[in-house]
Design a protein around this ligand. Sequence first.
Ligand SMILES: [Zn+2]
Length: 118
Amino acid sequence: MEPKQEHKLISRADILLIVGIMILTIAGLFVWKKLQKPGAYVDILIDGTSVKTLQLDKDASYEVMQEAGVNTVVVQDGSVTVQNADCPDKICEKHQAISQTGETIICLPHKLVVEIKE
Ligand SMILES: [Zn+2]
């Protein structure tokens, strides 16, 4: 083994490559952040009709009472979840918290849609 090769200096091309990758990474993160912008409020719809909106920057809970049943929409730390639902499948309750514009939690048995909007 030749020690000279191990101590080879980083070439100009290597530096350009590293800088290029860094710029691409930062640009990529920037674009990602732009696309993934946090929503401003959550719209609660029953059968396609908006019944209530809640601001995402304020912790709150709203009980959606219908003949079909109850869902409680909870806003906490900018994320929205559905709790205390009495629907048979509980899919809305099991859904992970949503916080980005366009994300939804849907409760089919109750025709309930919780959607983040900007
Ligand atoms: Zn449900």
